[in-house]
Design a protein around this ligand. Structure first.
Ligand code: GLC
Length: 420
């Protein structure tokens, strides 16, 4: 009887909520097939709540997105209810977002405390996790086997293997083969890559967690000199204008032995139409040299923030909670190989079936390196810009590592002034 009643009621509930549903807008920068997947989630949300969601499509470069967001937020734009926020932005944009501590009190407890804390500014929970991010080294299993090379543990091993396979494959007729692709364009992506090089040589975090400028050191210099030696040799000169998708383009057409990229590239590279499907695997990024050498992966990730200027605040909060729910985190892991921020999902059978490498990811995440957005607060974007410009001038051969990092240090000092 109860079941029968429910059966009668369900269409009624759905109908009333559709009729009263809000129209929400979400600003989101697409990479790979993230937008298609997000739209599927919006369809699920509509079915559940009756609220309609449309996407305001943003540029894929996080740097360009940030510029546009800042304009909209300072104009108190009422047309955007939700912003997808890069993990580094909370300290800079906090004042424009609704505090989600109360509505997400229960949900937040399910997520990694470090992820939740990264989105807290003076006690305010600025955004909820959509996914976390840490890159891996993608490598061609088939080519490593063919040339009898092992999976590299250091950058030196990576470069040697890349060079050997690149020349052998070119001799065998593939003139387009490259050893290593990464993100070398002057934007936030290069800050991530360059921080990994520097940190993997024991060269610190640009600015230490306590706010001290540490970038001008011998290990950082060594790291950048090493990368410079790759450009034009095992990496195409074009890598200096690559973002994530350009690197994936070269890799996924089968023209790179190694690639540095975020996990989203895993499912795409294993897609039915991918020439490298089944031919590759991933491993933690290689270590640098020296006594403090380590494998360093920059911590990335995206979070859902509700704009203070939204006219549909309640519905927008509902959507933020939905996008950070265990159900969506699991689907996002399966459909897009995005790392969840709910620990149990790393042991989930369905997730591991499509992304077996998740079993090693917890360790990569534990030791991942944060960009100095917390200590440099509102000045982070400027810090990052100075860092990626200095790094690019070295790896492109425009300046020596010594003079570039010295100059960077004095620019950072000027920017810091009396404090961040
Ligand atoms: C990825 C990361 C993000 C980072 C960006 C750089 O999207 O998740 O944190 O800033 O790449 O391109």
């Amino acid at each position: 009887m109860k079941k029968f009643l429910l059966f009668l009621l369900v269409p009624f509930i759905a109908l009333t909520s559709t009729a009263g549903g809000a129209q929400l807008s979400v600003a989101f920068g697409n990479v790979g097939k993230d937008l298609d997947v997000l739209k599927e989630f919006f369809a699920m949300f509509k079915e559940k709540t009756g609220h309609d969601v449309n996407v305001i499509s943003m540029p894929s470069s996080t740097t360009d997105q940030f510029g546009q967001y800042k304009l909209w937020l300072s104009a108190k734009n009422k047309g955007i209810d939700i912003y997808m926020l890069d993990v580094i932005w909370a300290p800079q944009l906090a004042s424009h977002f609704v505090d989600l501590s109360k509505p997400a009190a229960k949900l937040a407890k399910l997520h990694f405390p470090s992820t939740i804390n990264s989105q807290k500014v003076n006690g305010k929970l600025v955004a909820l996790p959509y996914f976390t991010d840490a890159p891996m080294l993608y490598y061609r299993k088939d080519l490593l086997t063919k040339y009898n090379r092992s999976v590299p543990k250091t950058w030196a091993e990576m470069a040697e293997t890349a060079s050997i396979i690149q020349s052998a494959e070119r001799k065998a007729g593939n003139s387009k083969m490259w050893g290593y692709v990464f993100q070398g364009k002057a934007y936030e992506g290069l800050t991530c890559d360059a921080l990994e090089w520097v940190n993997s040589f024991g060269g610190g975090q640009i600015v230490s967690p306590s706010g001290e400028i540490t970038i001008n050191n011998q290990n950082a210099i060594k790291a950048l000199i090493t990368v410079k030696s790759w450009v034009g040799n095992i990496s195409p000169n074009g890598v200096l204008s690559y973002q994530e998708e350009e690197s994936r383009g070269v890799w996924q057409t089968g023209n790179a032995v190694f690639m540095r990229n975020w996990p989203y590239a895993y499912n795409l590279s294993n897609g039915a139409d991918s020439p490298v499907k089944g031919k590759f695997d991933v491993t933690p990024l290689p270590k640098g040299e020296g006594p403090n050498a380590r494998s360093a992966a920059t911590l990335g990730g995206w979070n859902v923030g509700v704009s203070k200027y939204s006219k549909n605040r309640d519905a927008a909060v509902e959507l933020a909670l939905f996008l950070a729910s265990p159900e969506i985190q699991k689907l996002n892991a399966i459909k897009s190989s995005h790392y969840p921020t709910i620990p149990s999902l790393y042991e989930d059978k369905d997730v591991l079936e499509v992304a077996p490498f998740f079993s090693i990811v917890k360790d990569v995440l534990k030791t991942s390196v944060a960009r100095p957005s917390a200590p440099t607060k509102r000045k982070y974007n400027e810090v990052s810009k100075l860092f990626w410009s200095a790094s690019q001038s070295v790896i492109s051969g425009k300046k020596s590592a010594t003079s570039s990092l010295k100059e960077l240090e004095s620019r950072l000092k000027r920017l810091k002034g009396k404090g961040w």
